[in-house]
Structure formats: structure tokens, C-alpha cells
Design a protein around this ligand. Structure first.
Ligand SMILES: CC(C)(COP(=O)(O)OP(=O)(O)OC[C@H]1O[C@@H](n2cnc3c(N)ncnc32)[C@H](O)[C@@H]1OP(=O)(O)O)[C@@H](O)C(=O)NCCC(=O)NCCS
Length: 155
């Protein structure tokens, strides 16, 4: 999928910085019922295989995507867009940039887990060519829910 929408004021930035960590933790709490704690983002700073793409609109954090690329495998760990910034194409821009960076790092496929009732996210992933390839029982808490594993081959 190519990004067709022009999003006024949008800037994407590759790379996670120490000063981003509290911003991401706050955004995570606004977007998820089972958010990653700040310490989890902090730990990502020391992982050379991790990479993040942050979206800013008029200088304010609007969304983020992060994951790990190790040899031919790449996983998306988190993707979120702040509630007031949704349905403008920001997640599509983030995912497109993430897949491009995964390819540049030599990944042949990208995998992720998604709550089985998270239809907005599943729509997004399908638009980018992801398909379901398995399930993880009770993978999520608060509320407990199965994860659907989705994968896309990069070409
Ligand atoms: C899922 C999420 C990241 C989408 O962010 P977004 O910036 O609103 O998404 P976009 O505007 O880029 O939408 C891209 C495509 O995703 C799909 N999509 C996004 N929101 C949707 C919704 N509410 N219902 C149905 N499809 C949706 C559509 O296919 C959309 O394309 P379209 O606008 O041309 O129809 C956002 O809703 C979010 O942060 N949710 C909470 C956190 C989350 O669930 N993260 C994913 C964890 S696996």
C-alpha cells in the first residue's frame, strides 16, 4: 500500500531518544488498556535491534511504531496513534515507513500480534498485505483476549 494522503504538519522521525520515553509511555496509556510501562520503553534504548518511527504533527507526538529486526525476521511490538489524531492516515504512514526500514535492515518478513477483536488494526494490517497465520490463546490481559498472529512477506 502506498501512502496517498497528504497529512498537514506531519513529520516522521526514525530513532528513539531518551527524551521520547515519557512521551511514549503517556501516549501508550492513552491508547491501550494494558499499556507498556515506561521502563519497557527505556529498555528499548539499549537494544540495537530495536527501531522506532515517531509521528509528530505540528511538533506534537501523534503516534509511534516500534519493533525488532533480527536477521530475516522482524516483529512489530507496538503501534498507536493518539485518539484525537486518528483516521488521518498517520498509522498508514508509520507502518509504511516501518516496513521500508525493516526491508532496509534485511528482513524478509514482518510479524505482529493483534487482539482478535481489534478490527481497526486488523483492517490496517490487511491493507498492507498482512494475513493471519495463527493464534496465541489468552495472550492479552485487561481484558483477557486471544492474539491473532499476522505476517507479511517483504519483497
Ligand atoms: C489502529 C490505529 C493505530 C489506526 O490508526 P489511524 O492513524 O487512525 O489509522 P489510519 O488513519 O492510518 O488508517 C489506515 C487504515 O486503517 C484502517 N482503519 C483505521 N481505523 C479504522 C477504524 N476505526 N475502523 C476500520 N478501519 C480502520 C482503514 O483501512 C484505514 O484506511 P482508510 O482510512 O483509507 O479506510 C489506531 O486506531 C490506534 O492507535 N488504536 C489503538 C492502539 C492499537 O490498537 N494499536 C494496534 C495494536 S496491534
Amino acid at each position: 500500500m502506498t501512502i496517498q494522503k497528504e497529512i498537514p504538519g506531519l513529520e516522521l522521525r526514525l530513532g528513539l531518544r531518551p527524551e521520547d520515553v515519557p512521551l511514549l509511555a503517556a501516549a501508550e496509556s492513552a491508547c491501550f488498556s494494558d499499556p507498556w510501562p515506561q521502563a519497557a520503553f527505556q529498555a528499548e534504548l539499549d537494544n540495537p535491534y530495536c527501531f522506532y518511527l515517531l509521528a509528530f504533527v505540528d511538533g506534537e507526538l501523534a503516534g509511534y511504531i516500534g519493533g525488532v529486526a533480527l536477521y530475516e525476521n522482524c516483529d512489530v511490538n507496538n503501534l498507536a496513534v493518539l485518539p484525537q489524531m486518528r483516521r488521518r492516515g498517520i498509522a498508514a504512514a508509520l507502518l509504511s515507513g516501518f516496513l521500508e526500514e525493516a526491508r532496509r535492515r534485511g528482513a524478509g518478513q514482518v510479524m505482529l500480534e493483534v487482539r482478535e477483536h481489534n478490527l481497526p488494526a486488523m483492517h490496517l494490517y490487511r491493507r498492507f498485505g498482512f494475513s493471519a497465520c495463527g493464534k496465541r490463546k489468552n495472550y492479552y490481559q485487561n481484558p483477557a483476549e486471544d492474539a491473532v498472529i499476522m505476517v507479511v512477506e517483504l519483497c
